[in-house]
Design a protein around this ligand. Structure first.
Ligand code: AMP
Ligand code: GLY
Length: 427
């Protein structure tokens, strides 16, 4: 089969790495890709949201599967575009319909869905310019901290956790009246703060059946000890020691099955990954958010740990045999450590030369590229905040992290930064 992966991050390099190992993969293309994906397939200069250009490319290259990495094309209706076109209808699109992608694209939609289907989540209320005053009163009465969320996609910046009522009221005004995130913050969800440990769980579904394909813990803060600003993710570990069989059974019964049944009941067409952003509180595990795609950097640990052929899984998703597939995981632990450009998640420089060690002799580590591009003279340049994700496997999380750190010691670009404490609580 000929496969097109859409996206350009570490997630897409990990997808390309996994897909290229499949017996079922003939030609592999990545649009737009990065310097890492270029070593596994052909990068194509097409935007993830340019559906018309993708159509031409898919027809010219006899593409059988399109794997959608990021959320934007999903929310913009990539699935519906392919399924509405007779020339594209037979292509397997890994990603849900725009209707179903609202689970990620609208916090309000996701909350209504969870409430309707009895899926545990934080208590909430939602407000627009129409009931602004009511919202302010709601905030003033709310216990601290208060969680405010822009309804729509806001490039990962739409969630604010306020420790004071004054700050919360200001953020609320900025979002709704000041249109801080444009249309995305014209509605704001205000939520109870949940105290607990976060974990990301991933399933592949066709809206009827599903398979859990992995889970991971993401380290989101820029600084060691989980201090400082929120980022896209500075590292991940998998498996997570507290996610034992009993834990996974509980979330399957209380969260995953009710979600898949909810998709069915509400007629939401869903082929693709479901990312359950969960928090383990004292009394229960609750959903913080749904994403309709794989996580980054979660993918960089869950795919190396997954032994099952991913392309075979996509085919099973498409033909309704997902439940018959055996999912196998490695017995080892996996960790990824992300190297970022100085200044990230704020302003940072681009196009800095990257010096990479030769690790071709190392079986236990992989350097996934995130924000990189290949320069004409074949050197690698930085091209984003998160530049590399170095994944390793080991007998323990600590062993895996140490292997990745050793590789990062031999890697350099100007003002490179990474956390040395990924997985610190599991030593
Ligand atoms: P989201 O964009 O929904 O993933 O939220 C970003 C981050 O904010 C989450 O990963 C959590 O760390 C945090 N967060 C969101 N909602 C809550 C909540 N209700 N209680 C505590 N933390 C939250
Ligand atoms: N690492 C979190 C995400 O991909 O949204």
């Amino acid at each position: 089969m000929n496969i097109l992966i859409l996206g350009s991050g570490g997630r897409e390099h990990a997808l390309a790495w996994k897909v290229s190992q499949s017996y079922h993969c003939d030609k592999l293309f990545i649009a737009p890709g990065n310097a890492g994906t270029a070593t596994l397939g052909s990068n194509v200069a097409i935007s993830v949201v340019d559906f018309a250009a993708q159509k031409q490319f898919c027809l010219d290259n006899h593409i059988n599967i399109v794997i959608v990495g990021p959320e934007e094309p999903l929310v913009k209706g990539i699935y519906d575009f392919y399924k509405a076109d007779d020339a594209l209808i037979n292509i397997i699109v890994v990603g849900p319909s725009a209707n179903a992608a609202q689970l990620e694209g609208s916090k309000s939609f996701a909350k209504t869905f969870m409430l309707k289907h009895g899926i545990p989540t934080a208590a909430y209320a939602e407000f627009t310019i129409g009931n602004l005053q009511e919202g302010k009163e709601y905030i003033s009465r709310h216990t601290l901290p208060i969680v405010l969320k822009a309804d729509g996609l806001a490039a990962g910046k739409g969630v604010v956790i306020s420790q004071t009522h004054e700050e919360a009221l200001q953020v609320f005004e900025d979002m709704i009246v000041g249109k801080q995130f444009g249309e995305a913050s014209s509605k704001v969800v205000i939520e109870e703060f949940l105290d607990g440990i976060e974990i990301s769980v991933f399933a592949l579904t066709n809206g009827k059946d599903y398979q859990i394909i992995g889970h991971a813990k993401d380290y989101k803060r820029i600084g060691e000890g989980d201090k400082g600003l929120n980022t896209g993710g500075m590292g991940c570990v998998s498996p997570v020691p507290f996610a034992d069989n009993a834990f996974m059974n509980t979330i399957e019964e209380t969260i995953i099955k009710p979600t898949i049944n909810g998709l069915k009941e509400d007629g939401l067409e869903y082929y693709g990954f479901v990312f359950f952003g969960l928090i383990k509180c004292k009394d229960a595990v609750k959903v913080i958010e749904y994403n309709c795609r794989l996580g980054d950097p979660e993918t960089e640990v869950i795919l190396p740990r997954l032994e099952t052929d991913l392309v075979a899984l996509f085919a099973a998703m498409d033909n309704g045999t997902l439940e018959d597939v055996n999912i196998n995981f490695s017995d080892n632990s996996f960790a990824t450590v992300v190297a970022v450009s100085g200044g990230y998640p704020g302003e940072y420089k681009k196009h800095l030369p990257v010096s990479l060690p030769d690790i071709s002799f190392k079986e236990d580590s992989i350097i996934f590229h995130a924000g990189t591009i290949q320069h004409e003279d074949n050197t690698v340049l930085t091209n984003g905040g998160r530049v590399l994700a170095v994944t390793s496997e080991g007998k323990t999380i600590k062993d895996a992290v140490e292997s990745s750190l050793a590789i990062l010691e031999d890697t350099s670009f100007d003002e490179m930064y990474y956390r040395r404490d990924i997985g610190y609580e599991f030593e």
